[in-house]
Design a binder for this molecule. Structure first.
Ligand code: FES
Length: 138
């Protein structure tokens, strides 16, 4: 059994050709992998919620203090846009019929068996980033 690594040994740096060409451009360091930029970190005021489309997925992004929370924008009752609702504490009231959804858990206050998607959020480089890869198909 050969114990050598197939990588071989490094040649002296001054005369060595690059061992591997870069396969793709290096992403900007502040871009969290799997996340997409939504808006500037200061775009929403404390207590504000708004609708955004991220990678074709409609989300409702809420800011509570310095924390941001992202949930699916479409109310499971009849499709109302939660991002247009009124945020009180951690609960957004759907603008169509008033059902409340906790933006930290996605759970409906009226019927805990109902919930909207909750999407991971990060704040990096002065921007809010959301990962919508777990969004339920519509
Ligand atoms: S559509 Fe949201 S409560 Fe009816």
């Amino acid at each position: 059994v050969c114990g050598r690594s197939s990588d071989g040994e490094r040649a002296p740096a001054s005369h060595a050709p690059p061992e591997r060409a870069p396969e793709e451009p290096t992403p900007e360091p502040e871009v969290p992998e799997g996340f997409s930029r939504v808006c500037a970190a200061d775009e929403l005021a404390d207590g504000e919620i708004a609708e955004f489309i991220v990678d074709d997925v409609p989300i409702a992004l809420a800011r509570i203090g310095d924390a941001h929370h992202a949930v699916g924008n479409t109310c499971p009752h009849a499709g109302g846009p939660l991002g247009d609702g009124l945020l009180e504490g951690t609960v957004v009231a759907c603008p169509w019929h008033g059902w409340g959804f906790d933006v930290t858990t996605g759970v409906c206050a009226l019927d805990p068996t109902l919930a909207v998607d909750v999407h991971p959020v990060r704040v990096e480089g002065g921007a809010v980033w959301v990962d919508v890869s777990g969004a339920a198909p519509t």
